[in-house]
Design a protein around this ligand. Structure first.
Ligand code: AVJ
Length: 322
């Protein structure tokens, strides 16, 4: 049960989405809102955790196949390397270094919603690679992609690393891929990381680490709501819970209320009631296999051109063309 004492204009997307998520049954919040400054920092910590194998897995794939990946990317007339959700660029650096050593003609176009992380990234890249052409673009993936495809420039290589697509359920993942496909021409390619189905315990551990960093990351949603919507959540009264369904490959994160309580979000004049053990669904991290990726690609009119896999097949990077 939730009540809004008097009507109020919900202005920002965050306000609207929080209002909707906490007045719907069962309650949910979008994981994209975890990533404010604190959330970004916690995610950096997650990537260092012994249990969070994804980052190291993709790092090894890029490291073990650098030359071949650079061969696939390169084009005699030059190309644009466009990265959606560039983050700290730690993995991308491997490829950038190789391309620069070959004196490949290319620009690196990192796209991110956060101007802060873009500024940081560009500063670091300029330091390390003085010859790199970096053209950062702040914005939502699709707006920027549309803008870039309307230039109709040289070959585009679009990169989405980190199994970021895993935050989307299949129907949304297909729209995402379709959007990318629409911005591509015949010579363009899409290079994407997909975390794979594996021992369910390994997956559960990756999203429920022993130091509790992932729990803090998840609870940052509540802290952020407190900060930005003048809320009085008591995050310590919620427990982080992870589930993984080995049949569908869907890992889900929840925050579970350990007691009945009322929470007030003053800024949007919303009172939210929780029953004991009531849940807020906060994130999905989808795991894949080759058949599922092939199906997603087909739905989006893309074809798989090449697969790079980790030795134990626990993580894969796919090259798609249209
Ligand atoms: C950045 C979406 C790939 O789902 O593995 C890490 C985010 N959430 N630990 C993932 C995340 C909890 C991550 N992605």
């Amino acid at each position: 049960m939730s009540t809004q004492e008097s009507p109020i204009e919900l202005v920002t997307a965050f306000e609207k989405d929080v209002y909707e998520g906490l007045t719907t049954f069962p309650k949910f919040l979008y994981s994209k809102y975890i990533y404010d400054k604190t959330g970004d920092e916690l995610f950096q910590k997650i990537m260092e955790l012994p249990e969070y194998y994804l980052t190291r897995a993709e790092f090894s794939i890029l490291k073990n196949n650098t030359a071949e990946i650079a061969d696939i990317f390169e084009h005699p007339l030059g190309f644009d390397l466009i990265e959606l959700g560039a983050g700290d660029g730690k993995k991308t650096r491997i490829i950038l270094r190789e391309l620069l050593e070959r004196s490949a003609a290319f620009s690196y176009i990192p796209i991110d919603i956060s101007q802060n992380s873009l500024d940081e990234l560009v500063k670091n890249l300029k330091n390390e690679f003085s010859d790199l052409k970096v053209l950062p673009q702040q914005g939502m993936y699709f707006e920027v992609l549309e803008k870039l495809s309307s230039y109709n420039r040289r070959k585009k290589v679009i990169m989405v690393l980190g199994s970021n697509i895993g935050n989307l359920l299949h129907p949304k993942a297909i729209s995402f891929l379709k959007n990318i496909e629409q911005s591509m021409s015949a010579s363009d390619m899409l290079f994407m990381g997909f975390d794979q189905k594996k021992d369910p315990q390994t997956i559960l551990n990756a999203y429920n680490d022993s130091q509790g960093v992932t729990a803090d990351f998840n609870k940052n949603l509540l802290y952020r709501i407190n900060r930005e919507l003048d809320g009085n959540f008591q995050p310590e009264k919620f427990t982080h819970w992870e589930s993984y369904d080995p049949e569908t490959g869907t890992a889900k994160s929840f925050l579970v209320a350990t007691e009945a309580m009322k929470v007030v979000l003053k800024k949007i004049r919303l009172t939210v009631e929780f029953e004991q053990w009531e849940t807020i669904h906060t994130e999905i991290s989808q795991k894949y296999d080759d058949n599922t990726v092939a199906w997603l690609a087909e739905q989006a009119a893309l074809r798989i051109e090449k697969i790079f896999a980790l030795d134990n097949k626990g993580y894969k990077n796919y090259v798609f063309k249209k």
